[in-house]
Design a protein around this ligand. Sequence first.
Ligand SMILES: *Cc1c(COP(=O)(O)O)cnc(C)c1O
Length: 358
Amino acid sequence: MTHNIKITPCSVSKVSGLDFNNIPFGRVFTDHMFTADYIDGQWTNLEIKPFENLSLHPATLGLHYGQSIFEGMKATKHLDGTPLLFRPDQHAKRFNRSAQRMCMPTMPESMFLDAINALVGVEQHWIPSQKGSAMYIRPFMFATDEMVGVRPSDSYKMVIIVLPVGPYYTKPVSLIAAQNYVRAVKGGVGEAKASGNYAAAMLPSKMAKDLGYDQVLWLDPFEFKYIQEVGTMNIFFVMDGKVITPITDGAILHGITRMSIMDILQEKGYDVEERLISIDEVLDAHQRGTLTEVFGAGTAALVAAVSKLEIKGTVIELDWESATVGPEAKSYLNDLRDGTIKDTRGWIHPVELPVVEI
Ligand SMILES: *Cc1c(COP(=O)(O)O)cnc(C)c1O
């Protein structure tokens, strides 16, 4: 480790109170958290300490003007018990890209990686070993200047919290293509994991839920014609024997799962294309009976089968039980994450242990 992280252990771990076979999603936190401050042009106070509330001035800039970004990644356990991280270097790079877009400071990738390594190492007993379960890692950063006035903050706080999670989205999802609202536009902030993107999607997502759908399938903001992605997942279509995903055109988040699945499926011999996909093309393939599978891809779910898709009043039912491509990619990713399949691409990074005896 190149960065000095002060570690203050908690007195008693809460881990024995967790039922690893039944983990409520997103609500169970571990014993410690990582925090660091950006002050006077540098990152300082790198620290792992007992999990606690943050205390904030009411005029904390990030709360008012949205300079706030995050990442989402996972740690799993190798069958031999070693904690593993999946492509942490890519998450470090994306965190910096999000920061740049939101006029926030970047950090050395080594600082991001050391912080994740140290925190996951300290919390390794919280990583579930059940297949499909994992420790979700949530790094985030927000503006901390205490003032009212729109300008980039001078000071920032970075925090990392980790949560044990069970298998996510075990049920297939239903989607409805956007008709009145947009998520992102080229030149906007759709490529950043910026907090405001998710707030902006909440009303349309709620309306989709009221219509009986799980999530919105976002379309381009000009013609409502080209498919972008889902709220927290990129999207893949299997049409006419090809695996196709929308090209990242400046408004779509660069998913690391998306990128990994494209590689895996290409290597398995699939014809994988990254290009514009219009809703008409999907409707046409459906009518011709050649739309065989639709699935979402993201860290949380890895692969989520789409069982139903409504586009401009046409409801497409998909027989997800006979799907093969998505499940193949998903089990490959899960097998990589517990060492069942040997990693030949440098995607799997063992956590350096021991960080500290606790
Ligand atoms: C995080 C996210 C994804 C998935 O990215 P992964 O790196 O695969 O987790 C896709 N779309 C949006 C909008 C996201 O926020």
